[in-house]
Ligand binder design. Structure first.
Ligand code: ADP
Length: 262
């Protein structure tokens, strides 16, 4: 007797949170024409933490903006979950960003007059309006994991940089987005606070199954990811899995040397 019937294959799950296929982005025309992304194909696995690295001007921000529906694409396709971004009108794009995407920026972007808790839960207001109740249990878990339970009534000015960024991370997690895009999230932090925030991002991937894509220049930050994707001149030139800071640094040096000789 075959075991196939007794152990049916698991139902197919969408293991990919976002995907670019043959994605190109061209800015300008004629003499000012710049190919910022050149036929990029990449998948961001669900519950995975991916770092995007590459020299300045290599297309990191453009890739993130195109994938997050903040910038239009010139050709190819970009998917968030099952939704193809190309062709969505402004209204649908806004809804997609609100419902499926979380953002964390270098500047913490907290509202100064609101407490930490209000900043975290503010994101749930549009959910309320949309008729969906924010998930209280989930919020409590996020707040506990982020380690801010004793700071919820503080305003941003009463928090350290690291704590402020953790509030921003908790805010991004609060709506359980399909994917979080983080743009140099530790760029404004000292190394200790940076490590704290990165540890928390890691924890949200491991414990909560969050998907994170993070642009960074910092090999130590990248080493918190499961995978590093290296861009150069708008193309993916290398990928590293289970990266260590030393391995990332080695690759960066290698690319620098190649650039100098080419
Ligand atoms: P990175 O984030 O890796 O520094 P970017 O994605 O910002 O790189 O930029 C990739 C290329 O696209 C660069 O050559 C940059 O000058 C160009 N670029 C980015 N944004 C624009 C824009 N709005 N208009 C024209 N060119 C742009």
């Amino acid at each position: 007797m075959s075991h196939a019937a007794a152990f049916p294959a698991p139902a197919p799950t969408t293991a990919v949170a976002a995907r670019a296929t043959g994605l190109s982005k061209v800015y300008g025309q004629g003499e000012t024409r710049v190919v910022a992304l050149d036929n990029v194909s990449v998948e961001f696995g669900r519950a995975r933490f991916t770092a995007i690295m590459g020299p300045s001007g290599s297309g990191k921000s453009t890739l993130m903006h195109c994938m997050a529906g903040l910038d239009s694409i010139s050709s190819g396709s970009a998917l968030i979950g099952d939704t193809e971004l190309n062709g969505l009108n402004d209204k649908h794009l806004t809804r997609l960003r609100r419902d499926k995407i979380g953002f964390i920026f270098q500047a913490f972007n907290l509202l100064p007059t609101l407490t930490a808790l209000e900043n975290i839960t503010l994101i749930t207001l549009p959910m309320d309006i949309a008729g969906r109740k924010p998930d209280r249990q989930w919020l409590e878990r996020v707040i506990q994991t982020v380690g801010l339970s004793g700071r919820l009534k503080h305003r941003p000015s009463q928090l350290s940089g690291g704590q402020q960024q953790r509030v921003a991370v908790a805010r991004a997690l609060a709506s359980q987005p399909e994917i979080i895009f983080a743009d140099e999230p530790t760029g404004n932090l000292d190394s200790r606070s940076g490590a704290e925030v990165l540890g928390f991002l890691r924890e949200s991937v491991q414990a909560m199954g969050q998907t994170i894509v993070m642009v960074t220049h910092d090999p130590v930050a990248a080493a918190h990811a499961d995978r590093v994707v290296f861009l150069a001149d708008g193309r993916i030139v290398e990928e590293l899995y289970e990266p260590t800071a030393d391995a990332v640094l080695d690759r960066m040096r290698l690319f620098d040397a190649k650039n100098r000789t080419s």
